[in-house]
Each structure stands twice: as structure tokens, then as C-alpha cells.
Ligand binder design. Structure first.
Ligand code: 5GP
Ligand code: ZN
Length: 122
């Protein structure tokens, strides 16, 4: 595993955290403060500060990372969802270790049928 960035929370989490899913070089965790029914974070093991530095990944790594985003979304039961990367403090980035948010609503299991209408005999 690549060496951690001193004092980086996500470098600690990718080493010691509880994963939702894991593949070579990347992990997925549940967000501690979910903003949707399902809110997972996809985090590369390698420390890269922000999406602005995406060029630090090799093309193959970037492809695998994005494929992992899609695989995790499917594994956690989402078909429709948002993928978000906040880039820089003014855009809401608070943890300066690249990560992707996957946000989606759990499909409701209840089937909502229209109310029964009274049948009036003519
Ligand atoms: P950002 O604001 O940088 O785009 O996203 C950071 C995310 O990390 C936030 O949604 C926040 O709730 C989440 N987060 C912060 N600290 C922790 C933590 O210790 N554990 C987990 N699982 N998520 C965290
Ligand atoms: Zn880090």
C-alpha cells in the first residue's frame, strides 16, 4: 500500500476502517454524516489531495477507480444516483484526500396504488 500522508483522516481510514467494498487500490466506506439514504465514499488508497490532481493517477488506475464507483453503486442497490467530487474548500471539500461521493435513495418497497374508487351501479 502507498505511504500515508501525515495526519490525513482518509489515509488512516483506508488502512484501518470498515469498508463497504474494496478492490485493489480503492475502498468504499459509508459516510459518517449521510446526506441521502445511501451515501458512500469511494477513496483511493494512494493519497492525492484533490480531483484537480487527477493526472497523478495512471490512465488504467483512473479507469478502475471510476469502474469501482459504478460497481459499488450497484452493490449497494442503486440504479439511479449522483456521483460528486467537491473540489476545493469553496466547493465544500473538507477532507483533502480525493474521494467520490455516491448518493442515492433506496427504492421504496411499497407499491403505491391509487385509492379504490367506489363503483356506482348505473
Ligand atoms: P468532502 O466535504 O471533503 O467532499 O467530503 C468529506 C466527507 O467525509 C463528508 O461527507 C463527511 O461526512 C465525511 N467524513 C468526515 N469524517 C469522516 C469519518 O471519520 N468517517 C467517515 N466514514 N466519513 C467521514
Ligand atoms: Zn490521505
Amino acid at each position: 500500500m502507498p505511504s500515508p500522508h501525515d495526519g490525513c483522516l482518509f489515509c488512516d481510514i483506508v488502512r484501518n476502517g470498515a469498508y463497504v467494498a474494496k478492490t485493489r487500490g480503492f475502498v468504499a466506506i459509508n459516510d459518517i454524516n449521510p446526506q441521502a439514504d445511501v451515501h458512500v465514499l469511494i477513496i483511493p488508497e494512494r493519497h492525492v489531495d484533490t480531483f484537480r490532481d487527477i493526472g497523478e493517477f495512471h490512465a488504467g488506475e483512473t479507469k478502475r477507480m471510476l469502474e469501482f464507483v459504478a460497481e459499488v453503486a450497484q452493490q449497494v442497490g442503486l440504479t439511479d444516483y449522483r456521483v460528486v467530487a467537491n473540489v476545493g474548500p469553496a466547493a465544500g471539500q473538507t477532507i483533502f484526500h480525493l474521494h467520490w461521493h455516491v448518493l442515492g435513495q433506496t427504492p421504496t418497497r411499497e407499491v403505491h396504488l391509487p385509492p379504490m374508487t367506489a363503483v356506482t351501479e348505473l
